[in-house]
Ligand binder design. Structure first.
Ligand code: HSE
Length: 402
């Protein structure tokens, strides 16, 4: 019998408890032993819970209990999640988590402690909710040099964009629905301003390169500047706009990454990822393109990935899984101006001639007589800034995902 603890009884933590109860026979088969929850740590009281005796407010109950071998940290935030995780790993317990903020910020330190103590720190649920992507990227694609990762990594923003376009909901109503469904972060600014997706692309890029990619160096824009007119204009020319976490692994060993709304051709597999779904398109030098798709947020999908890590940690109590990276010795991120992207531009027709300013452009359908919409040739960020200023009257300028 493996005894485990759950730290945090919010949306994901209660989902972890529910799955362990609901699928106990299946989990016992997968782990080759029964899995039982011995503690649930939360600062709140749950007097009506059927197993209210499991609750504790003192993490030392878990740290000092030698029967506990695996702990799921699903409390979110950096502190005290970092201190608790560190203490647990140091005391020889494996920790599994959905906490992308913690993994992106302190992953290198925590993975190093796990290695030293010969235990596991697993984080399948930290990216893509219920989608298996951490393990496949790290293990199943390990024969490849990863060339590029482009992902729809935030369920809340994808849900909001989809509900606005398809069901004509306002931004605020769609956001409230995302919160009610348990998709959004406690502070939804982390979703809509792109910070959640930034942490997730940093985790994927760190895993793919084997060296930490510092999320604070990743240029991050959210969806707040995207209008329905942008989306309609894109749609009229067979494109969609999605919030994309993007990473490219350059031959000089540097990683270029950004989070931004991007224009996507409807022929691209990522264009069909709707509602709360996430999709991650990985390009490897041997395998080519591989797509991971599924529910990116929500109670049971996210808990499904956490519980899988619990089972894996129970099976590998005395063997480490190699899903890890090391700290970078120096800045390993490539500056924006080393990269070129095509740009999707909407501007007032009256202000200037697009072709005269940008040279070769592909015209798209504008949404009115008075506007021009087009795609430029590949440009650096600085070139795009200069030329859009030169054209004048630019309402929207976003990169194209090629
Ligand atoms: N707020 C996150 C999202 C939850 O919407 O994707 C899953 O990480």
């Amino acid at each position: 019998m493996a005894k485990v603890a759950i730290m945090g009884y919010g949306t994901v933590g209660s989902g972890v408890y529910d799955i362990i109860k609901m699928n106990s026979a299946k989990l016992a088969k997968s782990a080759d032993e029964e899995i039982e929850v011995k503690y649930i740590l939360d600062i709140r009281d749950f007097p009506d819970h059927p197993e209210k005796h499991l609750f504790t407010k003192d993490v030392n109950d878990i740290i000092n209990d030698s029967e506990i071998s695996v702990v799921s940290e699903v409390m979110g935030g950096l502190h005290p999640a970092y201190e608790f995780t560190k203490q647990l790993l140091e005391s020889g317990k494996s920790v599994v988590t959905s906490n992308k903020e913690l993994v992106a910020t302190y992953g290198s330190d925590l993975l190093a402690i796990a290695k030293e103590k010969n235990v596991n720190y697993m984080f399948e649920a930290s990216v893509g909710g219920g989608i298996p992507v951490i393990r496949p990227l790290s293990r199943c694609l390990c024969a490849n040099n990863i060339i590029k990762i482009a992902g729809i990594l935030n369920g809340t923003t994808n849900y909001i964009l989809y509900q606005m376009i398809t069901n004509n909901k306002s931004f605020d109503t769609a956001l409230k629905d995302a919160q009610a469904n348990g998709y959004a972060e406690r502070n939804p600014a982390a979703d809509i301003e792109g910070h959640d997706a930034c942490r997730k692309i940093a985790i994927l890029a760190s895993l793919a390169s084997g060296t930490e990619v510092d999320y604070s160096k990743i240029s991050t824009e959210g969806i707040t500047a995207i209008t329905l007119d942008d989306v309609k204009c894109a749609g009229a020319s067979d494109y969609v706009i999605k919030l994309i976490g993007y990473a490219e692994f350059l031959k000089n060993g540097k990683v270029y990454a950004h989070v931004a709304p991007m224009l996507i051709d409807k022929k691209n597999m990522l264009s069909g990822i709707d509602d709360v779904m996430n999709g991650v398109l990985v390009t490897g030098d041997a395998v080519g393109e591989v797509m991971f798709y599924g529910p990116g947020a929500g109670k049971l999908p996210t808990a499904s990935a956490v519980v899988a890590d619990i089972v894996d940690s129970v099976i590998h109590r005395t063997a480490r899984k190699g899903m890890a990276w090391i700290k970078a010795d120096e800045d390993n991120t490539a500056p924006a101006d080393e990269m070129k992207f095509r740009y999707f531009i909407r501007a007032d027709k009256s202000t200037g001639d697009a072709a005269a300013v940008f040279g070769n452009v592909t015209e798209l359908c504008g949404i009115s007589e008075t506007e021009t919409a087009f795609i430029t040739s590949p440009l650096t960020y600085a070139e795009a800034e200069t030329l859009t200023a030169q054209l004048g009257g630019v309402k929207t300028a976003i990169r194209v995902l090629d």
